[in-house]
Structure formats: C-alpha cells, structure tokens
Write a protein that binds this ligand. Structure first.
Ligand code: HEC
Ligand SMILES: [Cu+2]
Length: 371
C-alpha cells in the first residue's frame, strides 16, 4: 500500500516547523498562487485528499473491469447460488485502511480549521461591509476603501458584515472564505508575508462568492499587500484625502471620486439604471421640470422640500437621500440603495451635490471635461 507508507512522511512534513518561505507558492493545477501563511496547509490537505481519492477511484475501477471480464458467466457455466465465502483478513484490510485514511482526512481538516478559526491576539483589524454591490473596507483610523489594503508580515482580521443580503468574502490566494450574513458578525484572518505594492497586476483577487444579484460581478476587487511603512503612509493619506482637497476643487476632484461608488446605479447622462439618473436631478428637486415626480408614498418633491417642510433646501433632501435612502423612495425604483452613513460625510455630500449642480462639466463617466 504505497498510500499508507507515505502517511508517516506526510505527518512529519506537517509537524515540522514551516520553513521561512521567500515567495508565494506558485499556482498549480487546482489552486491559484498561495500567498498566506495557511496556504501551504490548505493545499497539502486538498492534495492529500485528492490523491488518496484518485488512487482508490483508479484501483476500484480497474479491479472492477478486470473482475467483470475475468469472472463473467460463460455459456455452459453452472449458475452458482450464494455469494463468495467470508474472508476475515480481506474484510479487516478494507475496513482498517480506509478507517485510518478517513481519520487522517479529519485530522488535517480539523487542525487546519482550528488554526484558521483562532485569530492571533495582535491582529490588525479591518471592518468589512458587503452590500449590493460593493465592498467597504474601514480601517482603525477611519480611512475607507473599496479595494482591500493590508500590511505585510502581520496577522490581519477581517470583521465581516452584510448590509442587505448574503455575500461571501473570498480571497483565493490566501485560501480564506467566509459568508457575510446580515445581522451577524463573522470574521476571517490571514497573514501575508509577500508585499504586492500598489501594482494592480501583482495584487490578489477578492471576490464575492455568494451570488447576490445583478451586480454580483461588481464585487470583484483587489487586495494590496504593503510593507508596514507604506501601509501606514497609505492609510493616513486615505483617512484625510477629502480634507486635503481644496474647497474650490471639491466638486471637480472629490465629486468624481465619490461618484465612483454611485456609478453602478446612477448614470449622469440619462441612461436608465438601477437608480434614477442624475441628469436633471438638480432641476427636479429644485422645483424645475419633473419636480412633481412621485415617491412610492404618493408625495412629490414639492410636498417635502421648501421652507417649513421636511427639508428646508434641496441640498438637505439630497444629503438625506444619501444617508437614509429608504425614507423617501423614488417611484418606480426599488428600495435597494445602501445607506452611505459613515461612508460619505458632510463634506463628501457637499462634493457630490456640487457635482450634481454642474453636470455639464463632466462626461458620462464622471470625468471632468477639460476646458
Ligand atoms: C445599489 C444601487 C445604488 C447605489 C450604489 C447608489 N444609489 Fe442612490 N438610489 C438608488 C435607487 C434605486 C434610488 C431610488 C430609490 C430611492 O429613492 O431610494 C436612489 C436614489 C437616490 C437619490 C434620490 C434621487 C431622486 O431622484 O430623488 C439620491 C440623491 C441618490 N440616490 C444619491 C446617491 C449617491 C450620492 C450615491 C453614491 C454615494 C448613490 N446614490 C448610490 C440606488 C443606488
Ligand atoms: Cu455579493
């Protein structure tokens, strides 16, 4: 039994302290590049189970074909009643060997599961919110991003939440995946020792692995692994980017950057989408053409915007639509816009409103038109 002979060697490999590796393990037939500290164990377990199963599939199939041919009933054979005789040795063999193998499957799987489930105490925490159809990554200093940025060489924990339906956070190169469940917090951790820098091609893939609607594929993002110093610089800059934009360029620079988070649902040029186009939006809320547009509760803009009404100004209405999108739902659209409370602040809302007021200065993708 070659498979059985190699088990002690496999056990020894796993027990030995993992040698310090200098590069991610290359992509194989089944698996992409393995770039986290658990990737080696996960791949080993997967390969081990695959090889054992493959070996037995082959053994059983080949023997079956041989026996079928060799022991087939030939013309003139007497019909024998009753099965083959009992053979204790044979029966013990085919019970004990698979027994040991399935215990080995369990051992490697369970050990790996516990390792991946136990978050190291000194982990760097990132709050992750999955929503239809984007990721929001929030760092301890308040910085936010749509792609994931992590420091290299230390454990990182992702605290996973979902704001609407089930999503699943999957980073194939790190061999980690877990569901993001509305109303519940889950987490995963990993450590990657190999910086990718800010190079898109070197960065790892991050996916939503739970089909969550028409924009599911918009949740394909990147993971950038930065050396600690670069990460610190990035995360500081990221936290303050909006404050660093000069007031005079708020709508032209910050507007388009923020619009990137709205673009999958709101067009700028009238193209129908999941949400109302922003073309003419400022006119509508400001009492111009289309201002009698109805909400699903039967009210129109004129009923809720104006002195003494729910919103004193159109700006206040737009801000509120960003933070409490479900309060007044524009018909015939669905109540599917996620709240941007805590993600787009007052200054961000100002930038967006500034952009809405001057849409003629932007192209259909939100790029400022060069003058
Ligand atoms: C997942 C799709 C989606 C995303 C992303 C999204 N929205 Fe919306 N938005 C909608 C839908 C659908 C409506 C209409 C229903 C409603 O009022 O809630 C809407 C309505 C609005 C309205 C009211 C429009 C009107 O005609 O009165 C504003 C303002 C708005 N969104 C701003 C934003 C901003 C700013 C962002 C990005 C920061 C954004 N939305 C991102 C789907 C989205
Ligand atoms: Cu999803």
């Amino acid at each position: 039994m070659t498979m059985l002979d190699s088990i002690p060697t496999m056990l020894a490999t796993l027990a030995a302290a993992a040698p310090a590796e200098s590069a991610p393990s290359p992509a194989g037939f089944w698996m992409p590049v393995g770039a986290s500290t658990v990737a080696g164990d996960v791949d080993f377990t997967m390969d081990f189970i695959n090889w054992v199963c493959g070996f037995f599939l082959l053994l059983v199939t080949v023997l079956m074909v041989i026996f079928v041919v060799k022991f087939r009933a030939k013309p003139g054979d007497a019909i024998r009643m009753g099965g083959p005789v009992h053979h204790t040795g044979l029966e013990l063999t085919w019970t004990i060997i698979p027994g040991i193998l399935s215990m080995a499957f369990f051992w490697f799987g369970f050990k790996g599961y516990l390792d991946m489930q136990t978050v190291p105490k000194n982990s760097f925490d990132v709050n992750v919110t999955a929503m239809k159809w984007a990721w929001n990554f929030k760092y301890p200093n308040g910085a936010q991003s749509e792609d994931l940025y992590v420091p290299a060489g230390r454990p990182v924990r992702l605290i996973l939440r979902a704001s609407d339906v089930l999503h699943s956070c999957y980073i194939p190169a790190f061999r980690v995946k877990k569901d993001c469940v509305p109303g519940r917090t889950t987490n995963i951790w990993f450590q990657c020792d190999f910086p990718t820098g800010l190079d898109v091609d070197a960065a790892h893939a991050l996916r939503c692995a739970e089909y969550c609607g028409t924009g599911h594929s918009n949740m394909n993002r990147k993971v950038y692994v930065l050396v600690q110093e670069d990460f610190d610089n990035w995360v500081t800059k990221q936290a303050n980017w909006l404050d660093e934009v000069p007031d005079s360029e708020l709508s032209s620079i910050a507007g388009p950057k923020l619009y990137a988070r709205c673009a999958q649902c709101h067009s700028l040029d009238g193209t129908p989408g999941i949400g109302p186009t922003w073309k003419g939006l400022w006119d509508r809320v400001n009492g111009g053409a289309g201002s009698d547009g109805k909400f699903t509760d039967g009210k129109g803009y004129k009923d809720i915007i104006g002195p003494g009404k729910e919103f004193e100004t159109p700006e206040a209405y737009i801000e509120d639509s960003i933070w409490n999108p479900g309060k007044h739902v524009v018909a015939p659209f669905g109540n599917v816009m996620p709240t941007f409370k805590g993600q787009v602040n007052q200054r961000g809302a100002e930038a967006i409103i500034g952009m809405m007021k001057s849409l003629d200065q932007f192209d259909a993708k939100g790029k400022p038109i060069a003058k």
